[in-house]
Design a protein around this ligand. Structure first.
Ligand code: IMP
Ligand code: MG
Length: 181
C-alpha cells in the first residue's frame, strides 16, 4: 500500500521511482543512438507528461537537444475501457514536415492511440516517425503496431501513477502501481 497522496486506495508498486529513472536514462541513450541529437518529441497527453518530462531531461544527459510539441488525444474518456475511436483534443503547432519525430505515449494497449498519432505525423510528411512507450501491454493489440522503444513489458493490470490515471486520479504518484481490487 502506498503512503501519502493515494488517499484510501490500496496501490501496489509495480515500477519504483528508482526503476523508472534507471530505465528512462537507458531509453534516452537508445533514442539518441538511433535518432541523433535533434528529434522532435511529441508526447501524447495527458498520460505521458511525467514520462516525457523525465525523458527530456535524460535526453539532455545523453547529449541531445530535442524539440517538443504536444498532441492531446482521447480514446478512453473517464472510464477504463476504450471506446475504440480516437479524437484530437489538442493538435501540435510546430511544422512536422521533414522532421524526425518521436511519438511518446504512456501505454501501448490496443495500439489505436499510437497508430492514430503515427498516421497523423505521416500525413504531415514527417521524415521519420518512431514511437516510444513507457509500458507495453502485449496480447491485446488490435493493430499490428509495435513501439520502437519500450520501457517495460507490463502485466495485464490497470496501472496508475507517473502521469497515468484511473478516472482522473493518481497521476501524481512518483511510481507506477496498480489499484488493488
Ligand atoms: P490504446 O489506444 O488501446 O493502445 O490505449 C492506450 C491508452 O489507453 C494509453 O495512452 C492510456 O491513456 C490508456 N490506458 C491503457 N491502459 C491503461 C492503464 O492500465 N492505466 C491507465 N491508462 C491506460
Ligand atoms: Mg493516454
Amino acid at each position: 500500500m502506498a503512503g501519502s497522496g493515494a488517499g484510501d486506495a490500496r496501490i501496489s508498486v509495480l515500477y519504483s521511482a528508482e526503476a523508472l529513472s534507471a530505465r528512462v536514462h537507458e531509453l534516452a541513450r537508445e533514442i539518441v543512438a538511433r535518432m541523433g541529437p535533434r528529434p522532435l518529441i511529441v508526447p501524447i497527453l495527458k498520460g505521458s507528461f511525467v514520462f516525457a518530462a523525465d525523458l527530456m531531461r535524460a535526453l539532455h544527459d545523453a547529449g541531445a537537444a530535442p524539440d517538443m510539441d504536444f498532441l492531446s488525444l482521447s480514446s478512453y474518456g473517464a472510464g477504463r475501457t476504450s471506446r475504440g475511436e480516437v479524437t484530437i483534443l489538442r493538435d501540435t503547432e510546430v511544422p512536422i514536415e521533414g522532421r524526425d519525430v518521436l511519438i511518446i505515449d504512456d501505454i501501448l494497449e490496443s495500439g489505436r492511440t499510437l497508430a492514430f498519432a503515427r498516421d497523423l505525423m505521416a500525413a504531415r510528411h514527417a521524415r521519420t516517425i518512431l514511437t516510444c512507450v513507457l509500458l507495453d501491454k502485449p496480447g491485446k493489440l488490435a493493430t499490428q503496431l509495435k513501439a520502437d522503444f519500450v520501457g517495460f513489458e507490463c502485466p495485464d493490470v490497470f496501472v496508475v501513477g507517473y502521469g497515468m490515471d484511473a478516472a482522473h486520479a493518481f497521476r501524481q504518484l512518483p511510481f507506477v502501481g496498480f489499484v488493488e481490487e
